[in-house]
Design a protein around this ligand. Sequence first.
Ligand SMILES: [Zn+2]
Length: 218
Amino acid sequence: MYTKIIDISQPVGSTSACFPGDAPFQRQVTLTLQESGVVNLCSMSMSPHVGTHADAPIHIRGDMDVDSGIAAADLPLDAFLGAATVIDLAPYNEGITAEQFVEQINKLHPAGKPQRILFKTCHQIRYHMFEDSYAYLTVDLVQSMHKQGIRLVGIDTPSVDHIKSKSLEAHHALDECGMFWLENLDLTKVEAGEYILVALPLKLTEMEASPVRAVLLA
Ligand SMILES: [Zn+2]
């Protein structure tokens, strides 16, 4: 049993930071309680990469109109639910290497077999600011985690790849290894160690990513 729920999601609203060129969060109030006498009603639009989210394989391969089975709704729930190890590298804003991972995991998890890894690289997150210098995963690291049987990796930055990467090599390496990933986590209130992660993607059948409400149970 757990005794504590730690929210590791970033807030989503009209002031939330957004990857340059992505659609920010916008709300339209379509009906007010005053007008209707019954309900307030809204619609919203945003890139699913605003806030804490999971990318689906179709984010980086396939045709949005043709390919099926690789959208957000198809992400396997078991990858996003279960034992997770938080590794604390904060403050860090470069590529995370396999050596750093191995060193930390030997410290935190000498005997066990971690299944999910979350990298804390920030002590503070400015939710309204897009930071263009942030930590990301190296291909080397992805392959090392895959060898250890890790299914999911999360990071507290906007992308698993370097901001200037054109080929998104970490995204592709994760996908080729059959791994899944979470971006824009908020691990500022979390210490290194073992937790239960719950971060289920929405069942969005036509989207290349999905917002998640990510929590750790301690
Ligand atoms: Zn993304």
